[in-house]
Design a protein around this ligand. Structure first.
Ligand code: NAG
Length: 462
């Protein structure tokens, strides 16, 4: 792709953020922000490499979100450059120098902004849209880093600058970037809780804390506070799926599943708070999927994962290997994945650039939610329709209702409880393939050797 075109795409992102920051009166971020306007369209995304083309923004803008949520890896600003596997190197140095935050020419920015103002998408966006977000490891500053990372204080400021957090916001004074927002009139209100899964996180494998004490206390207050029709908890890493359990020892992923005690704690907190209408959104893994856990809080807990805006598992491999990646996705066992009718691929995983959307039809009876992951043309690649009555604490009816929907399975089995030959089938297949290749190679060497000797004998004979 030509440099110009790439820059142009780039500017779409700048314009989206620019439009929002310029035109929305940011009253801000008191962690109990209240806005009365009804919200029915939310978009979210993660894993956005500032050095890659970002054509997906056209689709995001066309969706006309009233709120856009960044779920982390909003830029790749690692303090150390990670190696490059395939293709482009992903990171640049300290992230304050990233062009997204510093438009290289103010004039150009202004021109784009004027142009955007006359397009139909602009009106809705400028009246309503708000961009909020949290971080993951690469904008926190280091791959897979937790509380030990030295640069976290500086980078907290950088993230909050990126999000246009007002200078006097309490969010700038606390340790970590967690925040909560409430939108909409009573009865149609949505609470969005954004977690910080980095600042206080103990090392992976310690089964220690993800959120840390102060954030847990805050979260408890948030969830036990006034009820809202919906509560969306944004976590940079996946909450429901425990992919590590099934791809181990080939790969390892970060997730709440790697911290079983913390995971139980958040489920227990939701259950104890008696809060209805809670679901998760997440990013991080470089593919999109929807998962659901039915045995945590008395109603199905969904986790809609969208990752990434640019970074995705199929993009890092050469095109001829993409169907292989899809085959591997199909083989990877998952007990939590929702396999609805709206899947692009059989696995219900989508490994190319994507963003997530939440549409709420407040006027239908009962109120319905459409949870979707969309591709760069805005076409649904996996999605599920959920009625708000399904997300009530009531009883087992929720499950029956959910079962009557698209997905007949009750999602209660943890990945670690799968029979070993299912759980490890990816690793088993990998080993078998290796063995076959080895044997084939040895056979080839042996045959050559025999031929060579035969030839030698023949020559001697002659
Ligand atoms: C997730 O998988 C890891 C790795 O196999 C395991 O240690 C952990 O206990 C699992 N967590 C849950 C909640 O099953």
């Amino acid at each position: 792709m030509g440099i110009d075109q790439r820059r142009w795409r780039w500017w779409n992102a700048v314009v989206l953020i620019g439009m929002v920051s310029v035109t929305v009166t940011v009253t801000s971020s008191d962690s109990h922000e209240k806005q009365e306007q009804e919200v029915s369209r939310i978009a979210f995304g993660s894993c956005s490499n500032q050095n890659a083309p970002q054509p997906i923004w056209d689709a995001v803008v066309d969706f006309r979100p009233q709120i856009f949520i960044w779920l982390g890896d909003n830029i790749y600003g690692d303090f150390k450059r990670p190696f490059k596997i395939f293709g482009r190197e992903r990171t640049v140095g300290p992230w304050k120098n990233v062009p997204r935050f510093v438009p290289s020419s103010e004039q150009e920015m202004k021109a784009r902004y004027e142009k955007a103002k006359s397009s139909p998408g602009y009106v809705r966006l400028h009246q309503n849209a708000k961009v909020i977000g949290t971080w993951d490891d690469h904008d926190y500053g280091l791959n897979d880093a937790g509380k030990e990372f030295q640069g976290k204080i500086t980078n907290q400021k950088l993230l909050l600058d990126f999000l246009d957090e007002p200078q006097d916001s309490p969010r700038r004074k606390q340790a970590g970037v967690y925040a909560s927002y409430t939108y909409g009139p009573v009865g149609r209100d949505i609470k969005i809780v954004l977690l910080d899964t980095r600042y206080h996180r103990d090392p992976v494998g310690s089964d220690g804390t993800i959120l840390g004490n102060s954030q847990w206390l805050w979260l408890e207050k948030e969830l036990k506070g006034p009820a809202t029709a919906l509560t969306i908890i944004g976590s940079s890493i996946q909450v429901i799926s425990n992919l590590s359990a099934t791809i181990h020892p080939l790969f390892a992923m970060e997730s709440w599943g790697r911290f079983p005690k913390e995971r139980d704690r958040i489920f227990k907190l939701i259950a104890d708070s008696k809060r209805a209408g809670v679901f998760f959104i997440s990013g991080d893994v470089h593919f999109g999927e929807i998962t659901r856990y039915d045995c945590a809080v008395g109603y199905p807990l969904y986790d809609v994962t969208s990752s990434g805006v640019t970074q995705s598992v199929e993009e890092v491999v050469p095109p001829f290997l993409r169907s292989f990646v899809r085959f591997v996705a199909l083989l990877t066992p998952s007990t939590m994945r929702v396999k609805g009718q709206h899947c692009r691929y059989k696995s219900c995983i989508y490994g190319r650039p994507n963003f997530g959307t939440i549409e709420i039809d407040w006027d239908s009876h009962p109120v319905t939610l459409k949870l979707k992951v969309r591709d760069k043309e805005s076409i649904t690649v996996t999605g599920v329709d959920v009625s708000l009555t399904e997300l009530q604490l009531s009883n087992s009816e929720s499950f029956d209702r959910a079962k009557a929907g698209h997905d007949n399975q009750k999602h209660c089995t943890l990945e670690v409880s799968l029979p070993w030959f299912v759980r490890y089938r990816l690793a088993i297949l990998f080993c078998c393939t290796l063995i076959v290749f080895h044997v084939a190679f040895l056979a080839l060497v042996y045959t050559c050797f025999r031929l060579f000797r035969l030839e030698g004998c023949k020559r001697k004979h002659d």
